[in-house]
Design a protein around this ligand. Structure first.
Ligand SMILES: NC(=O)c1ccc[n+]([C@@H]2O[C@H](COP(=O)([O-])OP(=O)(O)OC[C@H]3O[C@@H](n4cnc5c(N)ncnc54)[C@H](O)[C@@H]3O)[C@@H](O)[C@H]2O)c1
Length: 433
C-alpha cells in the first residue's frame, strides 16, 4: 500500500496537529462537523492555540465540513471526542456517529473505484470498542465487509499538549491493525512523521488497553501523593519536605500532589473500569484513586477556609481571593474538567469574593460566565491562589504575585512552585498541599 491521500476526522487538539504533520508527506483533508472550527482554520486561526497561523498557512490542508471528502481518502484517521456520561460510563456516541458517516460515504463510492481505505481510530477508548462497536456500524452502512472494502486500525494519541519536549514526533507511537499487513501499512505511514519511531502492537485490543493504562497509572500515582498530602496535613507535616526527603532514595518515584483535570486522566480510567465491571470484575484501586483525585479540590478549599480563620489578620469582609490559573494544566487554554472552577465555586459558597485570571485561557472565555475576571488593578487581596503553574506566571517570579497580597495575607501554592523560597515569606502566610 502506498497511500497518497489522508482524511483526518475531527480537527481538535489531536486531529489538527496530526493533519499538519501528515501534510508534509501526503494530500491531507481536515474534516470536522463544526462549521465554526472549519471557518477559523481556513482563516489560519487555531483557537486551541496549539498550531501557529504560520504553520497552518504553510500546511496546505484542505479544511472542510463536507463528509464526501471521506470517499476519496486512502486512509481515514478518526480523532473525535470520547468523554464519559454523567454516571461515568463511556460515551461513545461520537465514535458511533463518525462510523456511520464513514459507512454512508463509502456506500456512495463506485465499487470499481473503491480504494479499500484503512480506517484508523485514534480516539481513546476501551478494548473491543473499535472492532465490536465501530466496525459493525461501518459494515452496516457501507454494505462492505471489513478486510474486503476497508481495513481497520487503531493508534492511540500520546502527545502532551503544552509540553514542547513531548510533541507528536518525539513520542513513540503505538500502532495496530486488523492483521499483520495492515499494521505494517499503518506503521509505514506513521514512521514518516514520528521521529521517535513506532511500536507495532500485536492487535487492536492491546493498543486500546495500553493507552488506557498509561493514564490509569498516572491517575493512581497522583492519587497516592494526594492522599499522602492529606495524611501529612493531619499530622501537621509539610508534605513537600517529606516528598523531597523520600525522593533521595533511588527507587522512590517522584509525583506531586495537585488537581487532576482534563479529558484524559480523569476520564480514561472509567473506560477500563466499565469494561472490567461488565466482564465481572469491579476494580478497586483504580476507582479509589479516581475518588481521591476528584475530591482533592474540596480538601484544598476546606484547608484554605481554615487557614483564613486562623492566619489572616484583619481580613476584608467578604474575604477577597485572587485565583491565578484556570485551565486544567499548565501552558494550555483547555479548561475541560479543570478542577479550578470547582474550587472557585466552593470558596464562593463560603462567602468569599473570588476573582480569576488566566493569560493562557484569555479574558474572552470569561465573558458572560459566572466568574469574575481579573485583568489588572491595584486592589490587594487577602488570599492569592496560584493554581496553574503556566510558564508565564512562573517566569514572573513569586514577588510579582505577592504584589497582589495584603500584608500577612495567605499565598496558596497548589503546585508548590515557590516552596523552596518559603523561608523568605516573613510578611505572608504560605501553604502548599
Ligand atoms: N487532547 C489531548 O491532549 C488528548 C491526548 C490524547 C488522547 N486524546 C483523545 O483524542 C480524542 C480527541 O480529543 P481532542 O482533545 O482532540 O478532542 P477535541 O474536542 O479537541 O476535538 C474533537 C473534534 O472532533 C469534532 N467532531 C466531533 N464529532 C465529529 C464527527 N462526527 N465528524 C467530524 N468531526 C467531529 C469536533 O467538532 C471537534 O472539533 C479523544 O478520544 C481524546 O480522549 C486527547
Amino acid at each position: 500500500m502506498n497511500p497518497k491521500s489522508m482524511c483526518v476526522v475531527g480537527m481538535g487538539y489531536v486531529g489538527l496537529p496530526l493533519a499538519v504533520a501528515l501534510s508534509d508527506h501526503y494530500d491531507v483533508t481536515g474534516f470536522d462537523v463544526s462549521n465554526r472550527r472549519i471557518i477559523s482554520l481556513k482563516e489560519g486561526i487555531d483557537t486551541n492555540m496549539i498550531i501557529s497561523s504560520e504553520s497552518l498557512s504553510k500546511s496546505d490542508i484542505d479544511f472542510t465540513d463536507k463528509a464526501d471528502c471521506l470517499q476519496r481518502a486512502d486512509m481515514i484517521i478518526v480523532t473525535v471526542p470520547t468523554p464519559v456520561n454523567l454516571d461515568s460510563s463511556p460515551d461513545v456516541k461520537y465514535l458511533k456517529k463518525v462510523s456511520e458517516t464513514i459507512g454512508k460515504q463509502l456506500a456512495l463510492v463506485d465499487r470499481n473505484h473503491l480504494k479499500c481505505p484503512i480506517i484508523l481510530y485514534e480516539s481513546t477508548t476501551y478494548p473491543g470498542c473499535t472492532e465490536e462497536v465501530c466496525k459493525p456500524i461501518i459494515e452496516k452502512y457501507s454494505h462492505l465487509k471489513c478486510g474486503e472494502g476497508f481495513r481497520l486500525g487503531y493508534s492511540p494519541e500520546r502527545t502532551n499538549f503544552g509540553d514542547s519536549e513531548h510533541d507528536l514526533s518525539s513520542v513513540v507511537k503505538v500502532v495496530s491493525g486488523q492483521d499483520d499487513q495492515t499494521t505494517e501499512d499503518i506503521a509505514a505511514v506513521y514512521s514518516t512523521i514520528i521521529g521517535a519511531g513506532v511500536y507495532m502492537a500485536p492487535n487492536i485490543k492491546t493498543a486500546e488497553a495500553a493507552k488506557l493504562i498509561e493514564n490509569v497509572q498516572r491517575d493512581l500515582n497522583i492519587a497516592l501523593v494526594n492522599e499522602l498530602a492529606i495524611v501529612f496535613d493531619h499530622l501537621d507535616l509539610d508534605s513537600t519536605e517529606v516528598f523531597k526527603a523520600a525522593a533521595t532514595k533511588w527507587n522512590f518515584v517522584p509525583f506531586k500532589p495537585g488537581l487532576v483535570g482534563g479529558h484524559c486522566i480523569p476520564v480514561d480510567p472509567y473506560y477500563l473500569t466499565h469494561v472490567s465491571t461488565e466482564s465481572g470484575y469491579v476494580p478497586k484501586i483504580i476507582l479509589a484513586g479516581r475518588e481521591i483525585n476528584d475530591q482533592m479540590y474540596q480538601f484544598i478549599g476546606k484547608k484554605i477556609n481554615n487557614l483564613c480563620q486562623t492566619r489572616l489578620k484583619n481580613p476584608s469582609k467578604p474575604i477577597e481571593v485572587l485565583v491565578l490559573g484556570f485551565s486544567f494544566k499548565k501552558n494550555i487554554s483547555d479548561t475541560r474538567n479543570s478542577q479550578v472552577p470547582n474550587l472557585v465555586r466552593q470558596l464562593t459558597d463560603y462567602g468569599y469574593n473570588v476573582s480569576v485570571n488566566d493569560p493562557v485561557v484569555g479574558s474572552d472565555y470569561f465573558r458572560n460566565s459566572e466568574f469574575t475576571y481579573y485583568e489588572g488593578n491595584e486592589k490587594l487581596y487577602d488570599v492569592v491562589i496560584f493554581s496553574v503553574d503556566h510558564d508565564t506566571y512562573v517566569k514572573m517570579g513569586y514577588k510579582a504575585h505577592f504584589r497582589h497580597l495584603k500584608k500577612f495575607g495567605l499565598f496558596v501554592d497548589i503546585n508548590a512552585t515557590f516552596h523552596r523560597y518559603k523561608q523568605r515569606f516573613n510578611d505572608f502566610s504560605y501553604w502548599s498541599p
